[in-house]
Design a protein around this ligand. Structure first.
Ligand SMILES: N[C@H](CCC[C@H](N)C(=O)O)C(=O)O
Length: 280
């Protein structure tokens, strides 16, 4: 039997397992089945809490298609709430090991309950070779790219995971017509998360996201950071903005070369599953 907690960060929902005290399967079959919204628990994917040799904890994150990502912004906020709520720590400052590097996290408590979490998301990575993005220039900043007969202006960067950002006048369109194409495009050898951002004013962005391995989600923390930095690079916003996503709002700031993200983290329900039920 496996205990789990379903949690969400502004609607970006994952299934969280304590992988310190139980042996959590991390294979595609299991992840796809438990993430399925009809045949499983239902989520955007799975996140596992693990011990770390040099940090407080280690986070591993998997999209609903079973692919593993190096970093997850909404996920690390809920991860941090999980470890506090489950008494795996009593610290309100944590360092979390991720495949995208060590992330510093600050918890805000209200009546001993974690409500908000701030994360140092690190430095945005612009070099195309490091995103990775196959492109004939060192960076891809507002470059005109032809896709399926249409020209899109893309700004690509990594926040530990790959993102490409497109500016739009309004967000009311079918992103399924563009997201999957970019997700599979040869230009992104490790695929890509695609964000569509509308600049409301210099302190306010609105966005939608087509996530690598999960499709459109209600929110993407690393994606919100990518949108903020792309907008800042193009002189379209200040260093301190609010980003509104389908599932809620994030506070994103750019200080000393690092991007900081602050937002809520919420538990939805706890449960126990019989692992065997998800292999049939
Ligand atoms: N939803 C996550 C991002 C998941 C990224 C994942 N789709 C990938 O990079 O493969 C977030 O809040 O940052």
């Amino acid at each position: 039997m496996l205990k789990f907690t379903k949690m969400q960060g502004i609607g970006n929902d994952y299934i969280y397992f304590d992988g310190i005290h139980q042996n959590v399967p991390m294979n595609k079959t299991f992840i796809q089945r438990i993430s399925d919204r009809h045949y499983g628990i239902g989520s955007d994917g799975m996140i596992v809490i693990l011990p770390s040799s040099h940090c407080d904890f280690k986070m591993r994150m998997f999209n609903l298609d079973g692919s593993e990502a190096k970093m997850c912004g909404n996920g690390i906020r809920c991860f941090s709430k999980f470890v506090y709520d489950h008494h795996l720590t009593d610290k309100t400052y944590l360092e979390i090991e991720t495949l995208g590097g060590i992330k510093k996290v600050w918890l805000t408590l209200d009546n001993q309950e974690v409500t908000m979490v701030k994360v140092d998301m690190g430095k945005p990575i612009l070099e195309t070779k490091d995103i990775p993005c196959l492109f004939d220039k060192k960076t891809m900043i507002n470059e005109a790219i032809e896709i399926n007969g249409n020209i899109y202006h893309l700004t690509s960067l990594s926040m530990g995971n790959p993102h490409t950002v497109m500016f739009v006048d309004n967000l009311d369109f079918d992103i399924k017509k563009i997201g999957p194409f970019l997700e599979k495009h040869d230009m992104f050898p490790e695929s890509v998360n695609t964000e569509f951002v509308q600049v409301v004013d210099r302190q306010h962005l609105k966005m939608r996201v087509w996530e690598r391995g999960s499709g459109e989600t209600k929110a993407c923390g690393t994606g919100a950071c990518a949108c903020m930095y792309a907008s800042y690079l193009l002189g379209l916003c200040d260093r301190d903005v609010f980003v509104d996503l389908l599932g809620g709002r994030l506070h994103i700031t750019y200080e000393d070369g690092h991007i900081f993200m602050e937002g809520e983290a919420k538990r939805i329900f706890e449960g126990i599953i019989n692992e065997e039920d998800f292999y049939v």
